[in-house]
Ligand binder design. Sequence first.
Ligand code: TPP
Length: 505
Amino acid sequence: MNSEVQYGKRLELKQSPCPQFQLQSRFCSRDTRHGQTSRFPTPATVVSTGSALSPLRFREQLPRYGRTENGGRAGDKSASDYRHLYTPSGARGVNGVYEIYETSSKAVAAYDAAVYVWNSHHRKMSSAPLNPAVFYQALQDSGINFFCGVPDSLLKDFCAYVTQTVPEKNHIITANEGSAVALAAGYHLATGKTGMVYLQNSGLGNTVNPLMSLAAPGVYSIPLLLLIGWRGEPGVKDEPQHITQGRITEDMLKVMEIPCHVLPQDETKMKQLLSEARHHFEEKKSPFCLLVKSKTFSACKLPAQPPMFPLTREDALVKVVDCLTPNDPIVSSTGMLSRELFEFRVSKNMGHSRDFLTVGSMGLASSIALGIALNKPDRQVYCLDGDGAVLMHMGALATIGQRGLPNLRHIVFNNGAHDSVGGQPTEAGHHDTLSIPNIALACGYREAFSVTTEDEIETGMKRLVSQPGPVLMEVKIRLGSRGNLGRPTRTTHENKGDFMAFLNS
Ligand SMILES: Cc1ncc(C[n+]2csc(CCOP(=O)(O)OP(=O)(O)O)c2C)c(N)n1
Protein backbone atom coordinates (compact mmCIF):
# COMPACT_ATOMS: atom_id res chain seq x y z
CA MET A 1 0.00 0.00 0.00
CA ASN A 2 1.28 3.45 -0.88
CA SER A 3 0.26 6.49 1.08
CA GLU A 4 1.00 10.06 0.14
CA VAL A 5 1.66 12.08 3.25
CA GLN A 6 0.83 15.77 3.67
CA TYR A 7 2.57 18.25 5.88
CA GLY A 8 1.15 18.26 9.39
CA LYS A 9 -0.83 15.14 8.70
CA ARG A 10 -0.26 12.27 10.99
CA LEU A 11 0.19 8.90 9.46
CA GLU A 12 -0.36 5.99 11.70
CA LEU A 13 1.21 2.90 10.32
CA LYS A 14 0.81 0.88 13.40
CA GLN A 15 -0.80 1.62 16.75
CA SER A 16 1.87 2.66 19.18
CA PRO A 17 1.81 0.45 22.27
CA CYS A 18 1.67 3.51 24.44
CA PRO A 19 -0.71 6.30 23.51
CA GLN A 20 1.57 8.92 25.07
CA PHE A 21 4.14 8.18 22.45
CA GLN A 22 1.91 9.06 19.58
CA LEU A 23 3.31 12.55 19.66
CA GLN A 24 6.60 11.03 18.79
CA SER A 25 7.08 9.86 15.33
CA ARG A 26 9.54 8.39 13.02
CA PHE A 27 10.13 9.58 9.56
CA CYS A 28 11.62 7.81 6.69
CA SER A 29 11.31 8.56 3.07
CA ARG A 30 10.34 5.11 2.21
CA ASP A 31 9.24 2.85 4.94
CA THR A 32 8.71 -0.75 4.27
CA ARG A 33 8.90 -2.11 7.76
CA HIS A 34 5.20 -2.49 8.15
CA GLY A 35 4.65 -3.65 4.66
CA GLN A 36 3.79 -0.10 3.65
CA THR A 37 5.55 2.45 1.56
CA SER A 38 5.15 6.10 2.38
CA ARG A 39 6.24 9.05 0.31
CA PHE A 40 6.93 12.31 2.00
CA PRO A 41 6.94 15.70 0.39
CA THR A 42 10.27 17.42 0.70
CA PRO A 43 11.83 19.40 2.19
CA ALA A 44 10.37 18.18 5.45
CA THR A 45 11.32 18.21 9.05
CA VAL A 46 10.27 15.24 10.99
CA VAL A 47 10.32 14.00 14.52
CA SER A 48 11.51 10.52 15.01
CA THR A 49 11.58 8.03 17.80
CA GLY A 50 13.98 5.20 18.12
CA SER A 51 17.19 7.14 18.09
CA ALA A 52 19.95 5.99 20.36
CA LEU A 53 20.67 9.63 21.14
CA SER A 54 19.92 11.10 24.52
CA PRO A 55 17.85 14.30 24.47
CA LEU A 56 21.03 16.22 25.23
CA ARG A 57 23.01 14.74 22.34
CA PHE A 58 19.99 15.22 20.19
CA ARG A 59 19.95 18.93 20.98
CA GLU A 60 23.62 19.18 20.15
CA GLN A 61 22.97 17.72 16.76
CA LEU A 62 20.14 19.98 15.76
CA PRO A 63 19.49 20.58 12.99
CA ARG A 64 20.90 17.58 11.35
CA TYR A 65 20.31 16.57 7.81
CA GLY A 66 20.21 12.95 8.22
CA ARG A 67 19.20 9.67 7.07
CA THR A 68 16.56 7.62 8.60
CA GLU A 69 17.25 4.91 10.97
CA ASN A 70 15.98 1.44 10.17
CA GLY A 71 13.43 2.40 7.58
CA GLY A 72 15.51 4.63 5.34
CA ARG A 73 18.74 3.49 3.91
CA ALA A 74 21.88 5.50 4.19
CA GLY A 75 22.56 7.15 0.90
CA ASP A 76 18.92 7.27 -0.04
CA LYS A 77 18.56 10.08 -2.46
CA SER A 78 15.69 11.60 -0.55
CA ALA A 79 17.55 11.34 2.70
CA SER A 80 19.19 14.72 2.34
CA ASP A 81 15.96 16.48 1.56
CA TYR A 82 14.63 16.69 5.04
CA ARG A 83 15.67 17.47 8.53
CA HIS A 84 15.51 14.58 10.81
CA LEU A 85 14.97 15.07 14.50
CA TYR A 86 15.42 12.29 16.95
CA THR A 87 13.53 11.78 20.16
CA PRO A 88 15.03 10.06 23.14
CA SER A 89 16.44 6.62 22.97
CA GLY A 90 14.06 5.29 25.58
CA ALA A 91 11.31 5.59 23.03
CA ARG A 92 12.93 2.92 20.92
CA GLY A 93 10.56 0.35 19.70
CA VAL A 94 7.44 2.46 19.72
CA ASN A 95 7.73 3.60 16.15
CA GLY A 96 4.83 3.59 13.87
CA VAL A 97 3.40 7.10 14.06
CA TYR A 98 4.83 9.65 11.68
CA GLU A 99 4.67 13.40 11.65
CA ILE A 100 6.14 15.79 9.15
CA TYR A 101 6.63 19.51 9.63
CA GLU A 102 7.27 22.21 7.07
CA THR A 103 9.60 24.12 9.31
CA SER A 104 12.16 23.04 11.81
CA SER A 105 10.65 25.32 14.48
CA LYS A 106 7.39 23.39 14.29
CA ALA A 107 9.31 20.16 14.44
CA VAL A 108 11.36 21.35 17.40
CA ALA A 109 8.17 22.30 19.22
CA ALA A 110 6.78 18.85 18.53
CA TYR A 111 10.03 17.36 19.62
CA ASP A 112 9.95 19.30 22.89
CA ALA A 113 6.41 18.15 23.52
CA ALA A 114 7.43 14.59 22.78
CA VAL A 115 10.38 14.77 25.14
CA TYR A 116 8.16 16.23 27.85
CA VAL A 117 5.62 13.46 27.42
CA TRP A 118 8.34 10.87 27.23
CA ASN A 119 10.02 12.20 30.37
CA SER A 120 6.85 12.23 32.41
CA HIS A 121 5.93 8.80 31.17
CA HIS A 122 9.40 7.53 31.79
CA ARG A 123 9.39 8.99 35.28
CA LYS A 124 6.17 7.15 35.97
CA MET A 125 7.40 3.91 34.49
CA SER A 126 10.94 3.84 35.74
CA SER A 127 10.60 5.09 39.28
CA ALA A 128 8.29 2.83 41.16
CA PRO A 129 7.11 4.55 44.32
CA LEU A 130 9.00 3.86 47.49
CA ASN A 131 7.30 1.37 49.75
CA PRO A 132 6.82 3.01 53.20
CA ALA A 133 7.70 -0.31 54.84
CA VAL A 134 11.00 -0.46 52.96
CA PHE A 135 11.83 3.11 53.91
CA TYR A 136 10.88 2.44 57.51
CA GLN A 137 13.12 -0.63 57.63
CA ALA A 138 16.00 1.34 56.14
CA LEU A 139 15.50 3.99 58.82
CA GLN A 140 15.59 1.31 61.50
CA ASP A 141 18.78 -0.05 60.00
CA SER A 142 20.24 3.46 60.20
CA GLY A 143 19.40 3.62 63.89
CA ILE A 144 16.31 5.82 63.60
CA ASN A 145 13.39 4.48 65.58
CA PHE A 146 11.82 7.52 67.16
CA PHE A 147 9.29 9.47 65.11
CA CYS A 148 7.37 12.65 65.78
CA GLY A 149 5.81 15.44 63.79
CA VAL A 150 2.67 16.83 62.21
CA PRO A 151 1.22 14.86 59.29
CA ASP A 152 1.21 16.01 55.71
CA SER A 153 -0.66 14.82 52.64
CA LEU A 154 2.59 13.99 50.78
CA LEU A 155 3.75 11.92 53.74
CA LYS A 156 0.40 10.34 54.50
CA ASP A 157 1.37 6.84 53.36
CA PHE A 158 4.56 6.87 55.40
CA CYS A 159 2.76 8.43 58.39
CA ALA A 160 0.02 5.78 58.12
CA TYR A 161 2.66 3.05 58.16
CA VAL A 162 4.41 4.59 61.17
CA THR A 163 1.10 5.12 63.01
CA GLN A 164 0.25 1.45 62.60
CA THR A 165 3.71 0.01 63.18
CA VAL A 166 5.60 2.01 65.75
CA PRO A 167 4.76 1.60 69.44
CA GLU A 168 3.15 4.69 71.00
CA LYS A 169 6.24 5.53 73.02
CA ASN A 170 8.27 5.92 69.87
CA HIS A 171 5.74 7.79 67.74
CA ILE A 172 4.15 11.04 68.83
CA ILE A 173 2.00 13.29 66.67
CA THR A 174 2.74 16.69 68.11
CA ALA A 175 0.56 19.79 68.29
CA ASN A 176 2.92 21.68 66.00
CA GLU A 177 6.16 21.15 64.14
CA GLY A 178 8.29 23.20 66.53
CA SER A 179 7.21 20.99 69.43
CA ALA A 180 8.33 17.99 67.39
CA VAL A 181 11.84 19.41 67.01
CA ALA A 182 11.99 20.00 70.77
CA LEU A 183 10.64 16.52 71.46
CA ALA A 184 13.29 14.93 69.23
CA ALA A 185 15.88 17.04 71.04
CA GLY A 186 14.69 15.67 74.38
CA TYR A 187 14.81 12.16 72.92
CA HIS A 188 18.41 12.73 71.88
CA LEU A 189 19.37 14.14 75.29
CA ALA A 190 17.91 11.11 77.01
CA THR A 191 19.13 8.38 74.64
CA GLY A 192 22.02 9.80 72.62
CA LYS A 193 20.10 8.67 69.52
CA THR A 194 18.69 10.53 66.55
CA GLY A 195 14.96 10.88 65.99
CA MET A 196 12.93 11.78 62.94
CA VAL A 197 10.74 14.88 62.72
CA TYR A 198 8.23 14.79 59.88
CA LEU A 199 6.26 17.76 58.61
CA GLN A 200 4.80 19.53 55.63
CA ASN A 201 6.97 22.39 54.40
CA SER A 202 4.12 24.72 55.49
CA GLY A 203 5.25 23.91 59.02
CA LEU A 204 8.90 24.71 58.39
CA GLY A 205 8.32 28.18 59.85
CA ASN A 206 7.12 26.60 63.09
CA THR A 207 10.43 24.73 63.36
CA VAL A 208 12.77 27.63 62.62
CA ASN A 209 13.12 28.82 66.19
CA PRO A 210 13.96 25.44 67.81
CA LEU A 211 16.12 24.48 64.83
CA MET A 212 18.14 27.68 65.06
CA SER A 213 18.21 28.27 68.78
CA LEU A 214 18.21 24.73 70.12
CA ALA A 215 19.39 22.15 67.58
CA ALA A 216 21.88 24.28 65.61
CA PRO A 217 25.55 23.25 65.86
CA GLY A 218 26.41 26.56 67.52
CA VAL A 219 23.87 26.00 70.28
CA TYR A 220 23.22 22.43 71.55
CA SER A 221 24.08 20.65 68.33
CA ILE A 222 21.26 18.13 68.20
CA PRO A 223 21.16 15.57 65.37
CA LEU A 224 17.73 15.00 63.92
CA LEU A 225 16.37 13.76 60.63
CA LEU A 226 13.81 16.11 59.09
CA LEU A 227 11.40 14.52 56.63
CA ILE A 228 9.63 17.35 54.84
CA GLY A 229 6.74 17.03 52.41
CA TRP A 230 7.51 19.41 49.55
CA ARG A 231 4.20 21.05 48.67
CA GLY A 232 4.47 23.74 45.98
CA GLU A 233 7.57 22.23 44.45
CA PRO A 234 8.47 24.49 41.51
CA GLY A 235 6.94 23.16 38.31
CA VAL A 236 4.27 21.14 40.12
CA LYS A 237 0.77 22.57 40.15
CA ASP A 238 -0.42 23.39 43.67
CA GLU A 239 -2.62 25.70 45.69
CA PRO A 240 -1.67 29.38 46.26
CA GLN A 241 -0.73 28.85 49.91
CA HIS A 242 1.98 26.39 48.85
CA ILE A 243 3.61 28.24 45.97
CA THR A 244 5.90 30.67 47.79
CA GLN A 245 6.79 28.23 50.55
CA GLY A 246 7.49 25.56 47.95
CA ARG A 247 9.77 27.84 45.96
CA ILE A 248 11.86 28.87 48.96
CA THR A 249 11.95 25.62 50.90
CA GLU A 250 15.39 24.52 49.70
CA ASP A 251 16.76 28.04 50.14
CA MET A 252 15.34 28.27 53.66
CA LEU A 253 17.12 25.06 54.61
CA LYS A 254 20.28 26.27 52.97
CA VAL A 255 20.18 29.55 54.88
CA MET A 256 19.63 27.52 58.06
CA GLU A 257 22.74 25.53 57.10
CA ILE A 258 20.82 22.25 57.11
CA PRO A 259 21.90 19.82 54.37
CA CYS A 260 18.89 18.93 52.27
CA HIS A 261 18.35 16.21 49.65
CA VAL A 262 15.36 14.90 47.77
CA LEU A 263 14.36 11.47 49.02
CA PRO A 264 14.94 9.09 46.08
CA GLN A 265 12.30 6.52 45.20
CA ASP A 266 15.03 4.15 44.21
CA GLU A 267 15.81 1.86 47.15
CA THR A 268 19.56 1.71 46.65
CA LYS A 269 19.87 5.47 46.33
CA MET A 270 17.57 5.97 49.31
CA LYS A 271 19.82 3.73 51.43
CA GLN A 272 22.93 5.56 50.22
CA LEU A 273 21.35 8.84 51.26
CA LEU A 274 20.46 7.47 54.69
CA SER A 275 24.03 6.35 55.14
CA GLU A 276 25.14 9.88 54.22
CA ALA A 277 22.70 11.21 56.82
CA ARG A 278 24.04 8.80 59.41
CA HIS A 279 27.56 9.92 58.67
CA HIS A 280 26.42 13.54 59.04
CA PHE A 281 24.85 12.80 62.43
CA GLU A 282 28.05 11.16 63.66
CA GLU A 283 30.32 13.90 62.33
CA LYS A 284 28.30 17.09 62.68
CA LYS A 285 25.66 16.20 65.26
CA SER A 286 23.10 18.48 63.68
CA PRO A 287 19.88 18.32 61.61
CA PHE A 288 19.79 16.75 58.13
CA CYS A 289 16.79 17.02 55.83
CA LEU A 290 15.07 14.75 53.33
CA LEU A 291 12.64 16.52 51.02
CA VAL A 292 9.75 14.39 49.84
CA LYS A 293 8.24 15.07 46.45
CA SER A 294 4.66 14.31 45.54
CA LYS A 295 3.89 10.61 44.94
CA THR A 296 7.19 9.41 46.41
CA PHE A 297 5.54 6.68 48.48
CA SER A 298 3.33 3.79 47.49
CA ALA A 299 -0.07 3.59 49.12
CA CYS A 300 -0.57 2.72 52.75
CA LYS A 301 -3.85 3.52 54.47
CA LEU A 302 -4.92 3.69 58.07
CA PRO A 303 -7.63 1.12 58.77
CA ALA A 304 -11.12 2.64 58.72
CA GLN A 305 -12.46 3.39 62.20
CA PRO A 306 -16.09 2.78 63.10
CA PRO A 307 -17.75 6.23 63.23
CA MET A 308 -18.05 7.51 66.79
CA PHE A 309 -20.41 10.36 66.00
CA PRO A 310 -23.30 10.74 63.56
CA LEU A 311 -22.27 13.81 61.56
CA THR A 312 -19.49 14.37 59.08
CA ARG A 313 -17.69 17.73 59.08
CA GLU A 314 -19.63 18.79 56.01
CA ASP A 315 -23.03 17.84 57.54
CA ALA A 316 -22.18 19.75 60.70
CA LEU A 317 -20.74 22.73 58.82
CA VAL A 318 -23.83 23.12 56.65
CA LYS A 319 -26.05 23.02 59.73
CA VAL A 320 -23.93 25.64 61.53
CA VAL A 321 -23.75 28.01 58.57
CA ASP A 322 -27.49 27.68 58.01
CA CYS A 323 -27.99 29.14 61.50
CA LEU A 324 -25.97 32.32 60.81
CA THR A 325 -27.34 35.64 59.60
CA PRO A 326 -26.23 37.10 56.22
CA ASN A 327 -24.29 39.79 58.08
CA ASP A 328 -21.99 37.42 60.01
CA PRO A 329 -18.37 37.14 58.88
CA ILE A 330 -16.72 33.72 59.08
CA VAL A 331 -13.06 32.86 59.38
CA SER A 332 -12.66 29.20 58.43
CA SER A 333 -9.73 26.93 59.21
CA THR A 334 -7.14 25.22 57.01
CA GLY A 335 -7.94 22.06 55.11
CA MET A 336 -11.16 20.56 53.85
CA LEU A 337 -13.37 22.64 56.11
CA SER A 338 -12.72 25.76 54.02
CA ARG A 339 -13.20 23.78 50.80
CA GLU A 340 -16.54 22.47 52.05
CA LEU A 341 -17.62 25.97 53.06
CA PHE A 342 -16.71 27.24 49.60
CA GLU A 343 -18.74 24.50 47.91
CA PHE A 344 -21.68 25.10 50.23
CA ARG A 345 -21.77 28.75 49.12
CA VAL A 346 -21.60 27.63 45.50
CA SER A 347 -24.46 25.19 45.97
CA LYS A 348 -26.62 27.95 47.49
CA ASN A 349 -25.47 30.57 45.01
CA MET A 350 -24.60 32.84 47.92
CA GLY A 351 -21.27 34.27 46.78
CA HIS A 352 -18.19 33.98 48.98
CA SER A 353 -17.77 37.44 50.45
CA ARG A 354 -18.74 36.47 54.01
CA ASP A 355 -16.00 33.90 54.35
CA PHE A 356 -12.32 34.39 54.89
CA LEU A 357 -10.72 31.05 54.02
CA THR A 358 -7.56 30.47 56.05
CA VAL A 359 -6.11 28.20 53.39
CA GLY A 360 -2.62 28.24 54.93
CA SER A 361 -1.28 29.35 58.32
CA MET A 362 -2.88 26.41 60.10
CA GLY A 363 -4.01 27.10 63.65
CA LEU A 364 -4.27 30.84 63.17
CA ALA A 365 -7.92 31.24 62.08
CA SER A 366 -9.02 32.10 65.63
CA SER A 367 -6.40 34.85 65.94
CA ILE A 368 -7.50 36.29 62.58
CA ALA A 369 -11.08 36.23 63.89
CA LEU A 370 -9.93 37.97 67.07
CA GLY A 371 -8.30 40.73 65.05
CA ILE A 372 -11.53 41.25 63.12
CA ALA A 373 -13.78 41.08 66.19
CA LEU A 374 -11.65 43.69 67.99
CA ASN A 375 -12.06 46.11 65.13
CA LYS A 376 -15.60 45.34 64.03
CA PRO A 377 -17.45 45.41 67.36
CA ASP A 378 -20.83 45.62 65.62
CA ARG A 379 -20.37 42.34 63.77
CA GLN A 380 -20.75 38.86 65.24
CA VAL A 381 -17.54 37.15 64.11
CA TYR A 382 -17.46 33.36 63.79
CA CYS A 383 -14.32 31.25 63.71
CA LEU A 384 -14.90 27.76 62.27
CA ASP A 385 -11.95 25.70 63.42
CA GLY A 386 -10.52 22.17 63.36
CA ASP A 387 -9.24 20.28 66.39
CA GLY A 388 -5.75 19.83 64.92
CA ALA A 389 -5.66 23.55 64.20
CA VAL A 390 -6.81 24.49 67.72
CA LEU A 391 -4.09 22.28 69.22
CA MET A 392 -1.44 23.72 66.90
CA HIS A 393 -1.71 27.22 68.39
CA MET A 394 -3.65 26.58 71.54
CA GLY A 395 -2.19 29.69 73.17
CA ALA A 396 -4.70 31.67 71.09
CA LEU A 397 -7.48 30.37 73.38
CA ALA A 398 -5.85 32.17 76.30
CA THR A 399 -5.58 35.42 74.33
CA ILE A 400 -9.19 35.18 73.14
CA GLY A 401 -10.47 34.20 76.59
CA GLN A 402 -8.67 37.07 78.26
CA ARG A 403 -9.69 39.70 75.68
CA GLY A 404 -13.31 38.87 76.52
CA LEU A 405 -14.81 40.15 73.28
CA PRO A 406 -18.60 39.76 73.29
CA ASN A 407 -18.76 39.44 69.48
CA LEU A 408 -16.43 36.45 69.01
CA ARG A 409 -17.83 32.93 68.63
CA HIS A 410 -15.64 29.94 68.15
CA ILE A 411 -16.91 26.66 66.71
CA VAL A 412 -14.54 23.69 66.65
CA PHE A 413 -15.25 20.68 64.43
CA ASN A 414 -13.52 17.90 66.31
CA ASN A 415 -13.01 14.64 64.42
CA GLY A 416 -10.02 13.73 66.59
CA ALA A 417 -7.84 13.69 63.51
CA HIS A 418 -5.90 15.55 60.86
CA ASP A 419 -8.60 14.48 58.45
CA SER A 420 -7.50 16.75 55.59
CA VAL A 421 -4.07 15.14 55.28
CA GLY A 422 -4.78 11.45 55.86
CA GLY A 423 -6.74 11.10 59.10
CA GLN A 424 -3.86 10.65 61.55
CA PRO A 425 -5.10 11.03 65.13
CA THR A 426 -4.87 14.18 67.22
CA GLU A 427 -4.83 14.33 71.00
CA ALA A 428 -8.26 15.99 70.84
CA GLY A 429 -9.78 12.61 69.97
CA HIS A 430 -9.17 11.45 73.55
CA HIS A 431 -12.54 12.70 74.70
CA ASP A 432 -12.24 11.05 78.13
CA THR A 433 -9.11 12.93 79.07
CA LEU A 434 -9.06 16.05 76.92
CA SER A 435 -11.90 18.52 76.65
CA ILE A 436 -11.63 21.52 74.33
CA PRO A 437 -14.63 23.25 76.01
CA ASN A 438 -13.00 22.84 79.43
CA ILE A 439 -9.74 24.29 78.13
CA ALA A 440 -11.63 27.25 76.66
CA LEU A 441 -13.51 27.83 79.92
CA ALA A 442 -10.25 27.68 81.84
CA CYS A 443 -8.84 30.30 79.47
CA GLY A 444 -11.69 32.71 80.19
CA TYR A 445 -14.33 31.94 77.51
CA ARG A 446 -17.74 32.84 78.95
CA GLU A 447 -19.37 29.61 77.83
CA ALA A 448 -18.21 26.41 76.13
CA PHE A 449 -19.98 23.14 75.44
CA SER A 450 -20.13 20.15 73.07
CA VAL A 451 -22.78 18.92 70.65
CA THR A 452 -22.98 15.90 68.36
CA THR A 453 -26.28 15.93 66.40
CA GLU A 454 -28.06 18.33 64.04
CA ASP A 455 -30.69 19.11 66.66
CA GLU A 456 -28.02 19.80 69.24
CA ILE A 457 -26.25 22.09 66.79
CA GLU A 458 -29.47 24.05 66.29
CA THR A 459 -30.02 24.44 70.04
CA GLY A 460 -26.32 25.11 70.57
CA MET A 461 -26.30 27.92 67.99
CA LYS A 462 -29.21 29.60 69.80
CA ARG A 463 -27.32 29.24 73.05
CA LEU A 464 -24.20 30.76 71.45
CA VAL A 465 -25.95 33.88 70.19
CA SER A 466 -28.02 34.36 73.33
CA GLN A 467 -25.04 35.46 75.36
CA PRO A 468 -21.93 37.60 74.99
CA GLY A 469 -18.72 36.01 73.76
CA PRO A 470 -16.19 34.74 73.70
CA VAL A 471 -18.06 31.46 73.53
CA LEU A 472 -17.10 28.09 72.08
CA MET A 473 -19.09 25.19 70.73
CA GLU A 474 -17.32 21.92 70.00
CA VAL A 475 -19.05 19.75 67.40
CA LYS A 476 -17.89 16.17 67.77
CA ILE A 477 -17.91 14.67 64.32
CA ARG A 478 -16.74 11.59 62.50
CA LEU A 479 -13.94 11.26 60.00
CA GLY A 480 -14.32 11.62 56.29
CA SER A 481 -15.14 13.85 53.39
CA ARG A 482 -16.69 13.64 49.96
CA GLY A 483 -14.47 12.08 47.32
CA ASN A 484 -15.42 14.77 44.80
CA LEU A 485 -14.71 17.76 47.02
CA GLY A 486 -13.43 20.64 44.91
CA ARG A 487 -11.12 23.53 45.68
CA PRO A 488 -11.91 27.23 45.85
CA THR A 489 -12.12 28.69 42.39
CA ARG A 490 -11.83 32.31 43.56
CA THR A 491 -8.24 33.44 44.00
CA THR A 492 -6.92 34.32 47.45
CA HIS A 493 -6.74 37.97 46.36
CA GLU A 494 -10.37 37.91 45.27
CA ASN A 495 -11.30 36.27 48.57
CA LYS A 496 -9.50 38.99 50.51
CA GLY A 497 -11.01 41.83 48.44
CA ASP A 498 -14.56 40.47 48.67
CA PHE A 499 -14.24 39.82 52.39
CA MET A 500 -12.86 43.27 53.19
CA ALA A 501 -15.66 44.88 51.19
CA PHE A 502 -18.17 42.74 53.10
CA LEU A 503 -16.68 43.75 56.47
CA ASN A 504 -16.90 47.38 55.50
CA SER A 505 -20.46 47.16 54.15
C1 TPP B 1 1.76 24.70 59.74
C2 TPP B 1 1.08 23.60 58.99
N1 TPP B 1 1.33 22.33 59.31
C3 TPP B 1 0.71 21.33 58.64
C4 TPP B 1 -0.14 21.61 57.63
C5 TPP B 1 -0.79 20.50 56.82
N2 TPP B 1 -2.22 20.39 57.18
C6 TPP B 1 -3.19 20.96 56.43
S1 TPP B 1 -4.72 20.66 57.02
C7 TPP B 1 -4.08 19.72 58.27
C8 TPP B 1 -4.98 19.01 59.24
C9 TPP B 1 -5.89 19.91 59.97
O1 TPP B 1 -6.51 19.15 60.98
P1 TPP B 1 -7.79 19.69 61.71
O2 TPP B 1 -7.62 21.11 62.11
O3 TPP B 1 -8.14 18.74 62.80
O4 TPP B 1 -8.88 19.68 60.58
P2 TPP B 1 -9.47 18.43 59.74
O5 TPP B 1 -8.58 18.26 58.60
O6 TPP B 1 -9.52 17.24 60.64
O7 TPP B 1 -10.84 18.91 59.36
C10 TPP B 1 -2.70 19.68 58.23
C11 TPP B 1 -1.84 18.95 59.19
C12 TPP B 1 -0.36 22.97 57.33
N3 TPP B 1 -1.19 23.35 56.35
N4 TPP B 1 0.25 23.92 58.01
